[in-house]
Design a protein around this ligand. Structure first.
Ligand SMILES: Nc1ncnc2c1ncn2[C@@H]1O[C@H](COP(=O)(O)OP(=O)(O)OP(=O)(O)O)[C@@H](O)[C@H]1O
Ligand SMILES: [Mg+2]
Length: 612
């Protein structure tokens, strides 16, 4: 099995290096595209210059009329070449964009998803999956759009300013100075306005996502809304949030309006200033009529180019902000990693050992303290105990979904922490407490246990798990889609699909965490026979509240507040007359009580208090 630590992409955790990491792979294409954009903009801005040459030539021409075009051949060709340049360079840049834009986006998503896959179980239970998917989207859009803003907005404006300055300088240095001053003031104020606007647009964005959150929460809980007849209440609640959003939107849009006022006034000053100034220069004979026309046209081009610069800055900040937020969440260091030279774990016999294991989910609240337990190869072990006593945690630790703080867990004398996670999990078939299915067909869901299984093998596994019949009754049989997380199936049906999947996986260790808890007793009994067959030659751990599910197993471990308080076969434990015996006598083939009744219990198992 391939050691994934060698293939996991190393992603920078700071936004700028993160963006550059992705752009570096396309540096030649980006360079080519930037050259096209510069060339295109230069051609565009040289058109007023060609007008000047044509106009000055036409004014100076005093030969026969039919020779005017010959006389103007140079400036006219220049004009034609510039027009052609705009066309060729802009479309070449467009073609590069078509090729490279989607590939850049694919690459960012692919790498982020690849990195995300190796985040820990704790990471995924602490972050909403919808929000993670959204962040991947926003980050990849941010990388693309950020680049486009630089390439198609900032770069052309910079080229435009530079070429215009050069042209104006060639006509008159005073005009060039005037423009340089204007550009400096305009860009600085635009930047400042964008910085100030950030706080408005951020609160507006935060309110927008809060509204989305409100709607998602309300829609997810629509059943509750209906059951409690609280439809108007929910509308009112959403309305209150929408009002806040309107308020923030108005503030932000007012700020945009202010930015537009600034742009219009600055544009007007530039236009009037250059025209009056150029007119004065023309009157004094300092510039030609052609130069006058060029100055007037250039000022229009500059105003056009620089319009919305504040908005562009703001958008750019937003993209970088999204990337920075996304990177903080998505590119967190992996909590559980394979060691540098981790070998594959080989589970031949399936012996399992917990040695002085200490574990807590959060500091100060430990679940296990120095837990010791040895499970022999092929042993079938049942785990019982009150809710919250640590059974699922025990199972999760075997699968290394969390790393222990002290001690060692080993399978066939191989420390699970020093071997690859993939090889460990391939050695264990797990049927979780609440199985979740992919929104894919039933066939695909079952085959997940063994991708090379034939359709017939999939059906056989389903038959063994008593899932075949209900699958045939669904609309499209094995091709039926199961809905998000498998919601279109009942809890018991989902469990049977999960069992079929585990049967196909056929790993040497089998772990079942309340795997049959949602089944009715008759179906459970029927499946039990199948499970007994597949348990053969495997080490098995079965967590169950229903004691009849585990009473026939080789050994039973009774958990209480993270400790194993009793350990032995059903008969031995009954003889011991302890906790297990009390629970056994209390349940009439039913479940454990939902809380520890030890303190209220009389010590005589024959006379338990009826707490069920
Ligand atoms: N992801 C988690 N983060 C923090 N604490 C957790 C987490 N999962 C479980 N716990 C806590 O760890 C303790 C043991 O929980 P665990 O799920 O192992 O119990 P359990 O025996 O499987 O219970 P049940 O029978 O209800 O499934 C509980 O106090 C629980 O609140
Ligand atoms: Mg549990």
């Amino acid at each position: 099995m391939e050691n994934p630590s060698r293939t996991i992409p190393q992603l920078p955790t700071q936004p700028w290096p993160f963006v550059l990491h992705f752009l570096r792979s396309f540096k030649w294409l980006i360079g080519l595209m930037a050259s096209m954009e510069i060339a295109q903009k230069a051609c565009q801005i040289l058109i007023p210059y060609s007008f000047k040459e044509i106009l000055d030539g036409a004014v100076a021409f005093d030969g026969p009329k039919d020779q005017l075009f010959d006389y103007l051949n140079g400036p006219l060709s220049f004009f034609a070449w510039m027009c052609l340049g705009i066309l060729v360079f802009s479309r070449a840049s467009g073609a590069l964009l078509v090729y490279f834009g989607p590939r850049l986006r694919k690459m960012t998503r692919e790498k982020i998803y690849h990195y995300l896959q190796y985040q820990s179980h704790r990471y995924f239970i602490s972050n909403f999956s919808g929000s993670l998917a959204n962040r991947i989207n926003e980050v990849s859009m941010g990388v693309n759009h950020g680049l486009w803003t630089v390439m198609f907005d900032f770069l052309p404006v910079a080229v435009s300013f530079c070429v215009t300055l050069f042209l104006l300088y060639s006509a008159n240095s005073g005009l060039a100075l005037f423009l340089a001053f204007w550009v400096f003031v305009y860009v600085s104020i635009s930047f400042l306005l964008a910085t100030r606007c950030q706080k408005y647009s951020r609160t507006f964005a935060a309110e927008r996502s809060r509204t989305t959150g409100h709607i998602v929460d309300a829609v997810t809980n629509v059943m509750n809304t209906k059951l409690f007849a609280r439809l108007p209440f929910e509308r009112h609640r959403l309305n209150k949030q929408l009002d806040v959003e309107v308020e923030k939107a108005t503030e932000t849009m007012w700020f945009f309006e202010k930015m537009r006022w600034f742009q219009f006034i600055a544009g007007l000053i530039l236009q009037l200033g250059t025209i009056v100034y150029a007119l004065v220069l023309f009157r004094d004979g300092a510039i030609s009529v052609g130069s006058f026309a060029m100055v007037a046209t250039l000022s229009l081009v500059i105003i056009d180019d620089s319009r919305g610069l504040s908005r562009r800055f703001l958008e750019f900040f937003e993209y970088m902000g999204n990337i920075s937020d996304g990177v903080k969440i998505l590119v967190k260091p992996h909590e559980i990693q394979d060691m540098e030279n981790a070998k594959d774990l080989v589970a031949k016999d399936g012996a399992l050992e917990f040695k002085d294991v200490c574990f807590s989910y959060a500091e100060g609240k430990s679940v296990f303290e120095n837990l010791n337990v040895k499970i022999k190869p092929g042993e079938k072990v049942g785990l019982v105990g009150f809710s919250g006593s640590g059974k699922t945690t025990f199972v999760n630790l075997i699968l290394r979904l969390f790393d222990i703080q002290e001690g060692q867990i080993s399978i066939d004398d191989q420390n699970i922490q020093t071997h690859t996670q993939d090889s460990l999990r391939s050695s264990i078939s797990m049927i979780p407490q609440d199985p979740v299915l992919f929104h894919r067909t039933l066939l695909e869901n079952i085959r997940y246990g063994n991708p090379s299984a034939t359709d017939e093998q999939v059906k056989e596994a389903a038959r063994m798990a008593h899932a075949h019949d209900f699958i045939l009754e669904t609309e499209d049989g094995y091709q039926s889609l199961v809905g998000e997380r498998g919601v279109k199936l009942s809890g018991g049906q989902r469990q049977r699909v999960a069992i079929s999947r585990a049967i196909l996986k056929d790993a040497p260790l089998l772990v079942m965490d309340e795997a049959t808890s949602s089944l009715d007793s008759i179906t459970e009994k029927a499946i039990q026979n199948t499970l007994d067959t597949i348990m053969k030659d495997k080490t098995v751990i079965v967590v169950a509240h229903r004691l009849s599910t585990i009473s026939h197993l080789d050994r039973i471990l009774v958990f209480n507040e993270g400790r194993i308080i009793e350990d032995g076969s059903h008969e031995t434990l009954l003889k011991e007359n302890g906790h297990y015996a009390r629970l056994w006598s209390m349940q009439a083939g039913g479940f454990l009580p939902s809380r520890d009744t030890e303190s209220t219990e009389t010590q005589t198992p024959s006379n338990p208090r009826p707490t069920l």
